[in-house]
Write a protein that binds this ligand. Structure first.
Ligand code: MLT
Length: 410
């Protein structure tokens, strides 16, 4: 008899974005010819930029010649990419991260889920509420939680409600977690953490021997100079944090797949006897056993982001999406909606009107304006009554969507 992992049975609904996709497909089938504007899942719409595309082509070309062909690459990623990351994303910001602390992967979604495997199931995980659903769902899948209660919270997870009252910045938890997921710029609320806020978290983690799992997938969208791009800009963070970064939203790689995770050499967790164990070698063991690396042409394309021309082009891409975010923010604000985020992030977090639930607002928007967004409650109970708009859309669609929302009647 084959037994299943019963932790999967604890999960409530399907994964959020396929669920939205299913509802939209149903609507489209029932309403053929409707021009549906998608601002739900944060999936990029603009093509790879010329410098990146050129490097990608060159990489493919090299694979077709005997003298430049490549088989398995280094599991941790090619040196040329890891060195470019260390130099540009860290050293240029005054942060000392070396290439050997960087693991190139096929996505931060996978890494933030997979990382749990190297930590024991007795760890208590803290997550924000609302939160990128991957952290919560993979915590459940890994067996670190109890069952889901009627309030939507799983037993054995420390939830950190983020709401208007605390500016969507989590407060330090009253009960001590072992692993703490933080994401800034935040998905879904679009808020950012100052150096002071992150310092508080790093100090807390040091004091409690906790580890911060820091998702910085949207750091490229930070526009304010004082906001840190990496948790490693905070003193002491290298002994308590893992950072996840992605090229998906930075350079349009959602379909191309390339990301990286940084595990500092000085990061330690503990065995059951309380002995410190370095974390990086465990992840190295997992990575080399279960992963054969990102394809050479993709890594070559990713490295082109760090060329002078690549940097310029990627900046343009980000400016395009940020302008979309500005249009969403300002249009909805002018219509009397309460809006958050969208300044240092590609997401705008909006309070629904007339106290509609998030899913009721989703239905109204889909039915009456043919616009798709993401219901806030899909990110956790504290997201109820909110709605997320993604700025990763074509400009004309953003403008059209805002126009349609203007004509909504309640
Ligand atoms: C989102 O919409 O939250 C993201 O696209 C999800 C992801 O990056 O996996």
């Amino acid at each position: 008899m084959a037994f299943i992992n019963e932790n999967y049975l604890k999960l409530k609904a399907g994964y959020l974005f396929p669920e939205i996709g299913r509802r939209v497909r149903e609507f489209a089938a029932a309403n053929p010819g409707k021009d549906i504007i998608r601002m739900g899942i944060g999936d990029v719409t603009q093509p790879l930029t010329p410098a990146i595309l050129k490097a990608f082509h060159e990489g493919v070309e090299e694979m077709g010649h005997k003298n430049t062909f490549k088989g398995y690459g280094p599991e941790q990623g090619y040196d040329f990419l890891r060195e470019a990351i260390a130099e540009n994303d860290y050293k240029l910001r005054g942060v000392n991260i070396s290439a050997d602390e960087i693991f190139v992967s096929d996505g931060s979604k996978c890494d933030t889920g997979n990382i749990q495997e190297i930590f024991g199931n007795d760890n208590i995980i803290a997550i924000c509420d609302p939160v990128y659903p991957v952290y919560a769902d993979t915590t459940v899948m890994s067996g670190k939680t109890g069952v889901c209660q009627s309030n939507g919270y799983f037993d054995n997870i420390v939830y950190m409600p983020c709401n208007e009252a605390n500016g969507f910045i989590p407060e330090l938890p009253s009960s001590r977690p072992d692993l703490i997921f933080l994401c800034f710029p935040n998905n879904p609320t679009g808020t950012v953490a100052t150096k002071e806020v992150l310092k508080q978290w790093v100090d807390y983690a040091i004091k409690n021997k906790s580890i911060i799992l820091y998702d910085a997938a949207y750091e490229a969208y930070i526009t304010e100079d004082t906001i840190p791009h990496s948790i490693f800009e905070i003193e002491g963070a290298k002994s308590v944090a893992i950072e996840f970064r992605s090229f998906s939203k930075t350079a349009g790689f959602t379909g191309t797949r390339c990301a990286f995770t940084v595990i500092p050499n000085e990061l330690f967790a503990y065995d059951s006897k309380g002995n410190p164990v370095a974390v990086k070698p465990l992840w190295m063991r997992r990575h080399t056993t279960k992963f054969n690396g990102v394809s050479y042409p993709v890594q070559k394309a990713a490295a082109a982001i760090y060329s002078e021309q690549g940097k310029k082009e990627v900046k343009g891409l980000i400016a395009y999406y940020l302008e979309n975010a500005r249009i969403i923010r300002e249009s909805l604000s002018a219509l009397g909606y309460t809006v958050f985020g969208g300044v240092n992030a590609p997401y705008v977090w909006v309070k629904t009107k007339n106290n509609l639930t998030s899913w009721k607002f989703f239905d109204k928007l889909l039915d009456d304006a043919n616009v798709v967004g993401t219901p806030g409650s899909g990110f956790g109970p504290s997201g109820e009554g909110y709605f997320r708009f993604s700025a990763f859309a074509d400009r004309e669609n953003v403008v059209k969507a805002m126009d349609r929302i203007k004509n909504l009647t309640y």
